[in-house]
Design a protein around this ligand. Structure first.
Ligand code: AMP
Length: 280
């Protein structure tokens, strides 16, 4: 497994592989790898000849009061897990090389970046879209894999690829959960045992919502109220949003039309967790 830190070396490696007719698959991450990331890597391994993993905690997608400095980092553990998934190259750039002095060009996917997490994290998706476009230009993948855990991010990237005619196929991947339902996230490491217990209300509320739909509920307001009540029961959860929306436009649904995206963001202590499901 090769570890590449230099942007130029990464690009030259990718160009050489492409010239040999090799198919490059790519999984961009911020590290602190868990089974969710590994599911993307295992699928990526199957889809191409050369598998690239990038680890980059992207400063431009963090707000001034967010956890950029404290974001979990586990370089040794990440390399071990990457090796286990037969990654060919770990691209591990430095922030000063991705954003050199004078950097001033950003990508803004206007509509899809506004609701949900975009409303509480202004500039977040502008940072995400910009770094993903840069990584695509450097790694030059044929296929890139993204998790549905970050559903809005996936939609923003798909839109950017379409709008800017990028020659990359985007492969969405299902959410990987712990046995008890908690969606895997690098930020779960911040949770105390009590917080982690409280966090189970998130996935529980998603399952209860599907049950309501199965039993014939068609009023979005009632579903949202049930989810809010389930989350608030724990006392430890502060809701950022609970939304039922059109999974393509991310606009709020006034009447239930399936499949519908049920998306949740909340804070447990200082830890921000998101989860979602498609109600069918
Ligand atoms: P991150 O390191 O949080 O930026 O995530 C890197 C990629 O892994 C993104 O495409 C995420 O959507 C994906 N991912 C993170 N957690 C999960 C999960 N629990 N299941 C599936 N994919 C995930």
């Amino acid at each position: 497994m090769k570890i590449i830190e230099s942007v130029q070396e990464m690009r030259e490696w990718a160009l050489a592989k492409r010239a040999q007719g090799q198919k490059i698959t790519f999984v961009p991450t911020m590290g602190a790898l868990h089974e969710g990331h590994l599911s993307l890597l295992r699928e990526g391994r199957k889809l191409g000849d050369q598998l690239v993993l990038s680890i980059f905690v992207n400063p431009t997608q963090f707000g001034p009061n967010e956890d950029l400095e404290k974001y979990p980092r586990d370089h040794e553990g990440d390399l071990k897990k990457a090796k286990g998934c037969k990654v060919d190259v770990v691209f591990y750039p430095k922030a000063k090389d991705i954003y050199p002095e004078g950097f001033q060009t950003f990508v803004n996917v206007e509509g899809l970046s506004k609701p949900l997490c975009g409303a509480s994290r202004p500039g977040h998706f502008r940072g995400v879209a910009t770094v993903v476009l840069k990584l695509f230009n450097i790694v030059q993948p044929h296929v890139a894999l993204f998790g549905e855990k970050d559903f809005q991010q996936l939609k923003v990237i798909q839109r950017m690829v379409k709008d800017l005619d990028l020659p990359v196929e985007i492969k969405p991947m299902p959410i990987v959960r712990e046995d008890d339902g908690l969606a895997m996230s690098s930020r779960n490491r911040y949770l105390s045992p009590e917080d982690r217990q409280a966090a189970l209300a998130i996935s529980l509320s998603l399952s209860k919502a599907q049950l309501m739909v199965d039993q014939g509920e068609t009023n979005p307001k009632k579903i949202i109220e049930m989810v809010q009540a389930t989350l608030e029961e724990t006392k430890k959860i502060k809701i950022d949003y609970v939304k039922l929306c059109n999974p393509e436009t991310l606009e709020d649904l006034k009447t239930l039309k399936l499949p519908a995206l049920l998306a949740i963001a909340c804070l447990i202590g200082k830890t921000r967790l998101i989860d979602n499901c498609l109600l069918r």
